[in-house]
Design a protein around this ligand. Structure first.
Ligand SMILES: C[S@@+](CC[C@H](N)C(=O)[O-])C[C@H]1O[C@@H](n2cnc3c(N)ncnc32)[C@H](O)[C@@H]1O
Length: 270
């Protein structure tokens, strides 16, 4: 198969930027080549140019090759209770406000680890009488592949390394035999969490208002202008006074919606 040419890399990069906001600087050329190469060979194509011709102009198609390219080119790394200080902050907030109802949005949910971590926390707080029973969580992502997996809610045990043994016992089923080393989230939590496809770079219809929005570890893939537009768009779905989280390594949020910093990566919409 032919190597990825600079002009073709730029064309793929521009297409992804325009469709899903993800920005691939020149240094990411080897990454793009290695993620798409095996797929191109599997399809029996000779070159990245042939692949570009296949996906270009089909950005709206559901489940087609463009979606496959998105699945291959997005970075989906995640794990349970990533950045634990954020969960401690949610616990503090709930302990202070004792809400009867609570609605949470995991806005780049990947495989669902963040949404189910939050569900474990809320279920425990409800059980301890620190909040009411009307709570639910929505997880959304651009990638079809991660969303299908999130609905199944089966994980390699290592991804739950930050979950305490008691929580694991309360909320999860451990595999054995063929499924040894896998963990499934229990039905009670799964009933509370819904997943759907949503592109953060397109207008968002009314899906809120949410009390808490997690938009963590996705802004790093966007350029500055896309970051600001995505944050403002997402914040339209957060109620005033609600908590907003980004990854602690994602720097400052340059957006027009007024936010009050609460802790690293945590803000309150004013
Ligand atoms: C690294 S994961 C973050 C998962 C989780 N929030 C966490 O912090 O562990 C980033 C996710 O953002 C998703 N993503 C990238 N661009 C997107 C877009 N335009 N709209 C929605 N999701 C997007 C990717 O598919 C990927 O699953």
């Amino acid at each position: 198969m032919q190597a990825l040419r600079d002009d073709t890399f730029q064309a793929i990069s521009a297409l992804m930027h325009q469709a899903i906001g993800v920005h691939f600087p020149a240094a990411k050329k080897p990454l793009v080549a290695s993620r798409l190469g095996p797929r191109i060979q599997k399809l029996g194509l000779d070159s990245y140019e042939d692949y570009m011709a296949l996906i270009d102009g089909h950005e709206d198609g559901q489940g087609g090759e463009f979606q496959m390219a998105v699945d291959l080119l997005t970075t989906n790394e995640t794990y349970f209770f990533r950045e634990p200080a954020h969960y401690a902050l949610i616990e503090q907030e709930i302990t202070r406000t004792r809400p009867q109802a609570l609605s949470v949005w995991s806005a780049a949910s990947s495989f669902g680890d963040e949404a189910y971590s939050t569900a474990m926390l809320l279920a425990d707080l409800q059980q301890q009488g620190r909040m009411g029973s009307q709570w639910q969580i929505l997880g959304t992502d651009i990638s079809d592949r991660v969303l299908r997996s999130a609905v199944e809610a089966v994980y390699p045990a290592d991804r739950l390394r930050n979950v305490s043994p008691e929580r694991l016992r309360r909320h999860c089923l451990r595999g054995s035999g063929d499924t040894d080393g896998l963990v499934q989230i229990g039905d009670k939590l799964r009933e509370r969490v819904r997943f759907g496809q949503l592109n953060l770079c397109l207008p968002i219809e009314d899906i809120g208002p949410f009390d808490i929005v997690l938009l963590r570890n996705v802004l790093i893939y966007f350029d500055a202008a896309t970051k600001a537009a995505v944050v403002d768009r997402v914040l339209t779905q957060l109620r005033p006074g609600g908590l907003f989280f980004i990854g602690t390594a994602e720097g400052r949020v340059a957006c027009s919606t007024p936010l009050q910093p609460v802790a690293p990566g945590a803000f309150r919409k004013t």
